[in-house]
Design a protein around this ligand. Structure first.
Ligand code: GLN
Length: 475
């Protein structure tokens, strides 16, 4: 098995001293991938290409040529991220044979810094899900317990890092899809502020929420990947022009902070006992370290999940209209005219959950129901943003569990989508408010399953969030 480097700086020193070669790193990861194909982590491994790129990079290193910030970092990308000349499927039948004709901005930026992309990771179809069980290519299994899910929707990306199949992975987070699988797999998952990282070349799910985020073993690597990927891009006009914090400036926080935690996370019967105990233990440690830690009751908890789903489904129904059997992707062989081309291609090409969301999204946008659902949800989103800002006027961070339970058994929640939707209770607040949040590993439960805690903070305060995370992990 590949040596599991905790952070990229450990690799970098080895590369420079010649102790480690990029080729050997890639070989080790490929070996780990091949030994664990049953976990179903990758939709495709770019093995030969990764090895060839590794050899070329080794030659440059041997010649003392300058190399990029990610030289030798081996990365898995979620299969909804376009990489020119490579397939991208969003784990859907409808895109099963689709090849990207251009690269996403983030792929270009990572390649420009000499990252090696080792493959595309399994995910929920069009990133819709919380367990990676909605993939056309089958579920991803958790490396800590193969009878359990790896989380979703970026399940493949999280398990790839957990299982040492690559050094880091990239996911996308619309309502929690970087943070929740990271917490199920005992790794770090950062969702940046909305508008930090370009969405150009990312297959859209819900455009006003979608954000790319790194999944890593260390906070240091999350900071580095964030630095490389973030910043203005002419192809995405929603991007902010705020300065991007540099990873080199990452400094373990030493100051005393004000931290709010959600009272309901401890009082609610819906939260697992081990998760509560972990949260309580961290609260005690923070207090003992001199921070001010206070319970709060968020005023609108019951509105978080419904508001998120109304808006995400509405946006999805619009975004997914492009898969019509005409422009690109799957076209039904049973179609006989234009209407049956649309109907049959979409009926046969999309999975159950995606169809459910397209229908619900279309419903909430329809003339008779628009005001009652979509317009109202927009107003509630604003209230949620305002209330979250009010809390953050008084506190530096909001601390919650990332998910109410650790990784659950495969097949357990599949039958009732609402049960899965409620799973997002702690993650959707940051998504609705457009704020950054990070999931940090917080030990294992008695069954050896990883648990994660989430920190949420003000827009564009990633630097403070990462600095505090660096401290938090050592608590
Ligand atoms: N579980 C949420 C959903 O199904 C979040 C998914 C995501 O962030 N992509 O929409």
């Amino acid at each position: 098995m590949a040596k599991n480097y905790h952070s990229y700086s450990d690799i970098k020193s080895g590369l420079i001293s010649g102790e480690v070669s990029v080729e050997q790193l890639v070989k080790d990861y490929l070996q780990q991938i091949n030994a664990n194909t049953h976990l179903n982590v990758f939709n495709e491994v770019f093995g030969d290409e990764a090895l060839a790129n590794a050899r070329a990079l080794d030659t440059r290193l041997q010649n003392n040529e300058p190399v990029g910030k990610l030289a030798g970092m081996v990365i898995g990308i979620k299969d909804n991220i376009c990489y020119k000349g490579h397939k991208v499927t969003a784990s859907s039948k409808i895109l099963e044979n689709f090849t990207s004709i251009y690269s996403s901005t983030i792929v270009e930026r990572m390649l420009a810094e000499d990252a090696i992309i080792i493959g595309r990771c399994n995910c929920d179809e069009f990133a819709m899900g919380a367990a990676n069980e909605n993939s056309y290519f089958g579920p991803v299994k958790n490396f800590a317990d193969e009878t359990r899910v790896g989380g979703g929707s970026s399940g493949g990306s999280a398990v790839a890092v957990q299982a040492g199949m690559c050094h880091a992975a990239i996911g996308t987070d619309t309502g929690g899809s970087v943070r929740q699988p990271a917490s199920f797999c005992g790794v770090v998952g950062l969702k940046p502020t909305y508008g930090r990282i370009s969405r150009h070349g990312i297959i859209s799910y819900a455009s006003s929420f979608d954000q790319v985020g790194p999944i890593t073993r260390s906070v240091e690597d999350a900071a580095l990947l964030f630095e490389v990927m973030a910043g203005p891009d002419e192809y995405d006009t929603t991007l902010a022009h705020e300065p991007v914090p540099q990873a080199a400036g990452l400094k373990k926080e030493t100051g005393k902070k004000r931290i709010a935690y959600l009272q309901e996370a401890i009082s609610s019967p819906g939260v697992d006992a081990d998760v509560k105990a972990t949260l309580t233990a961290y609260i005690d440690k923070l207090r003992a370290d001199g921070h001010t830690v206070k319970p709060i009751s968020f005023e609108l908890p019951d509105y978080l999940v419904p508001t998120y789903y109304i808006l995400a489904m509405a946006e999805a129904s619009s975004n997914l209209a492009r898969y019509d059997g005409v422009h690109y992707g799957y076209r039904s062989p049973n179609a006989t005219d234009l209407v049956t081309t649309y109907k049959k291609s979409r009926s046969e090409g999309f999975g159950k959950e995606v169809k459910r969301r397209i229908m619900l999204g279309t419903f909430v946008l329809s003339a008779g129901y628009y005001d009652a659902y979509y317009a109202k949800a927009q107003k509630v989103r604003r209230l949620i943003q305002d209330k979250t800002n009010e809390v953050l006027d008084e506190f530096d961070f909001i601390l919650t569990p990332t998910a109410p339970e650790p990784a659950f058994a495969l097949g357990l929640k599949e039958k009732d989508p609402v049960v899965t939707y409620l799973y997002d209770i702690f993650t959707v607040q940051a998504s609705l408010a457009g704020m950054p949040a990070i999931s940090l590993p917080a030990g294992n439960n008695s069954k050896g399953l990883p648990l994660g805690l989430q920190l949420l903070t003000k827009k564009f305060a990633e630097k403070e969030l990462l600095n505090f995370s660096e401290y938090f992990l050592e608590l």
